[in-house]
Design a protein around this ligand. Structure first.
Ligand SMILES: [Zn+2]
Length: 128
């Protein structure tokens, strides 16, 4: 197992590259957005990983802002015919939504691993 970063460092680069948050070597994804069951390099069980709607929320907020802002500027400055808007913004919507989904999902899972975040569960207090 090779760990190039200090133990306390945030695994941001690993997440963005879709690598295992613990060892940075194994792959996180199988297919476009599906997760592997575990890291093939260090054996970390990916069962904890659940980014939920987080990646979609960031993509909608950031991508939506980029496209709407660009469309407004273009309309104000050039006032082009509507087919120009369609030709410009439909492909841009696909680019700004599909391209960052995987890095953002990897980043959220890496941060989830780093901060040991998971669903709430009840603690047993039998032995005080
Ligand atoms: Zn690993």
């Amino acid at each position: 197992m090779t760990d190039h970063s200090s133990p306390g460092a945030l695994p941001i680069g690993r997440g963005l590259r879709g690598r295992c948050p613990r060892c940075g070597e194994g792959h996180l994804f199988q297919g476009f957005l599906g997760l592997r069951p575990a890291c093939e390099h260090c054996g970390l069980d990916y069962g904890f990983a659940d980014a939920g709607d987080g990646p979609a929320v960031f993509v909608i907020l950031i991508g939506g802002f980029i496209v709407v802002f660009a469309a407004m500027i273009t309309e104000i400055v050039y006032q082009p015919p509507y087919w120009v808007h369609a030709a410009l913004w439909l492909p841009l919507v696909l680019i700004v939504t599909l391209a960052p989904l995987r890095p953002i999902k990897g980043l959220l899972i890496a941060l989830q691993y780093h901060h040991k975040a998971q669903e709430g569960r009840l603690e047993r207090r039998s032995d005080g």
